[in-house]
Design a protein around this ligand. Structure first.
Ligand code: NAD
Length: 291
């Protein structure tokens, strides 16, 4: 029987601990962690993600500040906002909501976030340190960190296991592969150019699907007993749903049931963990300063 890994329950456990630690910090030093969020433009998905992040901060006692810039703003404008947050001692974490509008140089902007405040873990030096043995990144990006946390808290051993990461984006797939290597898994990466992804996936004890293609991974792709973490969240039109669409994962859930030993549902699997890891990283950043 397949265990359904409830991301909401696990995320809630972690958030309860965060609330208590923020409370302790307030008592000890009279201050709370602070997160600054930079949102450029009016993309609906980004607005929703940012709203959820700010709400999660409020619920855990973390202070949040939102800087909204217009779609047509210049790199200089964003950089000056980042400089301000970099200097602000009440701000411990800074995140730039991605994707940025086409005319902006994403990598140049992410490079401007002060390393000690890079709670999204997207600064090239944090990614580089994640990749190199013997070095420690200050922050690991939230979605990969959340996936590993789900594995650990479900009692899945990672060391020595064959893991497949489907997708290699800077945000999810690439740091996911690097993080699993750090946990001593044998990692294969499957991407848009991979020949016979099914064959490679079927060898994996742990499958992390992050391609953003609904139902890409069929039941037949899975080794019996594999643990499946489904990162994919693609909105698919569905008039019976509240907002006219529902979120669909990368894994054919019905087919995976009965084959996988454990699986995360979409929604309610990785999503709540991603935001929770952002809260963890922000708390950690503040602890490094205060405690
Ligand atoms: P992306 O579009 O930047 O990257 C997709 C990756 O998948 C690329 O590396 C590409 O090579 C690979 N790919 C494309 N087609 C493929 C195929 N047929 N077979 C194998 N690999 C293929 O997307 P992203 O930002 O990495 O996000 C991936 C998915 O994860 C999206 O659905 C996104 O919404 C979701 N996501 C969820 C969370 C969460 O918290 N739940 C967080 C981030 C992203």
């Amino acid at each position: 029987k397949t265990v359904v890994v409830d991301g909401n329950v696990i995320a809630e456990e972690i958030r309860t601990k965060i609330i208590s630690e923020v409370g302790k910090m307030k008592k000890a030093v009279g201050k709370v962690p602070g997160l600054a969020v930079v949102l450029v433009g009016e993309q609906r998905d980004s607005q929703t993600y940012v709203r959820n992040k700010i709400k999660a901060c409020e619920e855990t006692g973390i202070k949040s500040v939102l800087a909204e810039l217009p779609e047509d703003c210049t790199e200089g404008q964003i950089i000056s906002v980042l400089r301000k947050f970099n200097e602000d001692t009440s701000i411990h974490g800074i995140l730039v909501q991605l994707p940025l509008p086409q005319h902006l140089n994403e990598s140049k902007i992410l490079n401007m976030v002060r390393l000690e405040k890079d709670v999204d873990g997207f600064h090239p030096l944090n990614v580089g340190n994640l990749a190199m043995r013997g070095r420690e990144p200050l922050f690991v990006s939230c979605t990969p960190k959340g996936c590993v946390e789900l594995l650990i808290r479900t009692g899945v051993e990672i060391a020595g296991k064959n893991a497949v990461v489907i997708g290699r984006s800077n945000i999810v797939g690439l740091p996911m592969s690097l993080l699993l290597q750090r946990h001593d898994a044998t990692v294969s990466t499957v991407h848009a150019f991979t020949k016979d992804p099914e064959h490679i996936t079927r060898k994996a004890d742990i499958v992390i699907a992050a391609a953003g293609i609904p139902n890409l991974v069929r039941g037949s792709w899975l080794k019996p007993g594999a643990v499946v973490i489904d990162v994919g969240t693609t909105p698919v039109e569905d008039s019976s749903c509240e907002f006219g669409y529902r979120l669909v994962g990368d894994v054919c859930y019905e087919e995976a049931l009965g084959v996988a030993s454990a699986i995360t549902p979409v929604p309610g699997g990785v999503g709540p963990m991603t935001i929770t890891m952002l809260l963890c990283n922000t708390l950690e950043a503040a602890k490094r300063i205060f405690l």
